[in-house]
Design a protein around this ligand. Sequence first.
Ligand code: G6P
Length: 613
Amino acid sequence: MCGIVAYIGHREACPIILKGLKRLEYRGYDSAGVALLTPEKNLNIYKKSGKVSDLETSIEGKDLHANTGMGHTRWATHGVPNDVNAHPHLSGSGEFAIIHNGIIENYASLKQALIKRGHEFKSDTDTEVLIHLIEEVYKNNDLGFEEAVRMALTQVIGAYAIVILSKQDPNYLIGAKKGSPMVIGVGENEHFIASDATPIVEYTRNVIYLHDGEIAIIKGTELTIKTIDNTIKTPYIQELEINLESIEKGGYEHFMLKEIYEQPRSILDSFRGRTHINDAMIAMAGIDKFEDKLKNVKRIIIIGCGTSWHAGLVGEYLFEDFARIPVEVEYASEFRYRNPVLDESDFVIAISQSGETADTLAALELAKSKGATIFGICNVVGSSIPRFTDAGAYTHAGPEIGVASTKAFTAQVTALILMALSIGQKRGTLSSQRLRELLIELETIPSKVERTLATDPLVKIIAEEFKNSTNALYLGRGYGFPIALEGALKLKEISYIHAEGYPAAEMKHGPIALIDEAMPVVVIATQHSYYEKVISNIQEVKARKGRVIAIATEGDEEIKNHADYVIYIPPCEESMLPLLATIPLQLLSYHIAVMRECNVDQPRNLAKSVTVE
Ligand code: G6P
């Protein structure tokens, strides 16, 4: 949550910062602000509740000249979203300014102590407390700027990615990280700091991912990286893999639509190079590394949040089907606060698009502390989870900007399919012949997704019909159940219609009471093992006058007798159904949200990367 950008160099800072903030708006969009420091030591701070575009309008005609500056886009945690709580925040004397992503957990006690010592606060934020603390340490101990930041941070409990500047020194910028992401772009006599690489990519491809407990000190054109206990580190400069095109809309009206349409490619990229049909084998270095352990493993625990948790449920079915391993799928936030029974024999898989979700990371830390082997399925290269895990598999979905996850989900499912098949083969629960068949099927999926995307005009008609609904029900069985959950989540997230996903057979234990002629019921009713049962469930809905939208297999004419609308998807292996059935549900939510004039890419109250508990 919250996005940060900073610049120090020879260019005008403000346009770089504003453009960068727009790229990071997926991380929060409650307010935005910039601090611009001129060579003459004038520090101009502009901040505004609302989006970056509101800030942009509000600063038209203002003095924006500066070569050093920083900006912030906020997802509110402490204090309501208003102009005062917007970042940057100033120290008591106005000497220091800060931007912050994360949460200072001991802010209340720090604040009380500071108030007792005469500090006055303007905002309700934890961030303002931190900058007051830094200034106090600076003044009381007669320390330099860098030392003061370092010493103050030793008193802080919580997570942060911060950038601080000092009015006295326009050539000085300090960044620090613990728990929240921070990337430093290294250009020709200029440096960039940001929450991810997207604000940086058009200026330089050389980046450094700061590690937890590290501080970046930029003085003029010199960058030094130290640990919080003052040990100098040699920075590891990496070349960025993303390109500018992948983070722009490319002619689509919204990022979400672009990302839905990218799925034939993102699924392909997630298995390309890993499957070897002729040799009936899958090459996944992370899995091969733990071959011995996985051959005998007694259970797998999958953890995630939101859409990634839904991918985990698909994973459960896959591991059970192909590798015959018992699986538990856990919400990271619950898992971390229980007293889970875990030991060295467990294999824990964390699924996370961003690789930064605080709860998932904390759950992994817990699992690691108990000796379990930890594995990550992540989309963002170099993010915290892949750096923390023993091994992992990247999904190659490319940057996902729309807050509601689409292509990252199908890429996660693709990675899970490969893992389940590979482990199944190693354990002898999947024959080479069957593996070959499944890999041949997987190869067809990108073109089947393409065909599924062609249902878009029909989905749009259905969206028009149901756009004013207040509730919706999504039903599925087997592999269709996690898809029902994911379909309902998509609708909730972006169109603000209350929607619930349910196992189709559970409907009669509650949700059936809600069904009337106003209730759209989306049913995954493809011709797989549960087909007849689902048809019975559809009839139960129809008997209560519910309106049925069925996701069915091409060629199934019978279903037209039961459902009000039928969206056909190509036939496929049951285990690969999630890769196809999800697509029309994504499109349905998208069109309904657009018709309801909702902000599709930045739905209210949500953020893409949830780096707070
Ligand atoms: C947020 C996003 C969801 C995402 C979830 C988990 O809630 O809005 O789209 O599924 O976080 O994120 P992760 O990056 O761990 O997959």
